[in-house]
Ligand binder design. Sequence first.
Ligand code: GLU
Length: 285
Amino acid sequence: MRTRFAPSPTGPLHLGHAFSALTAWQRALSARGIFLLRIEDIDHSRARLEWETLIYEDLQWLGLTWPEPVMRQADRMAAYSDALDRLWHAGLLYPCSCNRRDILAAASAPQDGAPLTGPDGIIYPGTCRAKHDRRGARPTEVALRLDMAAALKCIDEIAFTETGAGPSVETGLIAVSAEFMRTRVGDVVLARRDMGTSYHLAVVVDDAAQEITEVVRGEDLFEATPIHVLLQRLLGHPTPSYHHHRLIRDETGKRLAKRDDARALRLYRAEGKTPADIRELIGLS
Ligand code: GLU
């Protein structure tokens, strides 16, 4: 069993991150498995080295260690580029020049009512799908979308094992239909113009490279999992099992976000709290 904690260095770790990291750690320990760390820093405009350094300090303070070198996504651009090339040459990607306003305008045709949203926001109405030639070299410096209908023709099924639970307590074998993928997920972006990759692509390529067998993460990412499973199928990677866990919320029931500095681990540390106190605060003791 190999699992990982994959924070983005865009702010301080808070109680929600501690819950996720400790859950993964505990599951690795019980299975005599391996706990790994990955720094998800593809968003260069928001990632900061000082947050990365603080991640190492906070995790070490919690008592966590990782036996293999930390994987940093900033070092992995060639691997993302290879994966994109493969999808491009299979004819499954197309360039998209729409901005948010274009998408909203095209998706809000009056007869259709409010636009449907999926894991990445409004489901792309397909404006650029047939506009560009898909032959030749893969274009860079543009956003690339997955042609969902074409991708679904290349695979037989989208299914994964959930050992935790999704937001509506989905658990066990989860299968998602092609119809759902077409209408409720749509043509997701796999390379952002400003990044040359996307969260979905990077997470799939990196989970495969780190040979992850169980992904432990918050239930907010349950919805994105069918996209990840589809990409694993298209790229020939094994599908790990997934363990989505509850989110840590504030007293009003809102999930903690990076801006919830008040619950940053570094502040608890500075106050003299112990890792045992943290476990108690998040219901893990
Ligand atoms: N980097 C993501 C986050 O900080 C986690 C991605 C994942 O675990 O798949 O929310």
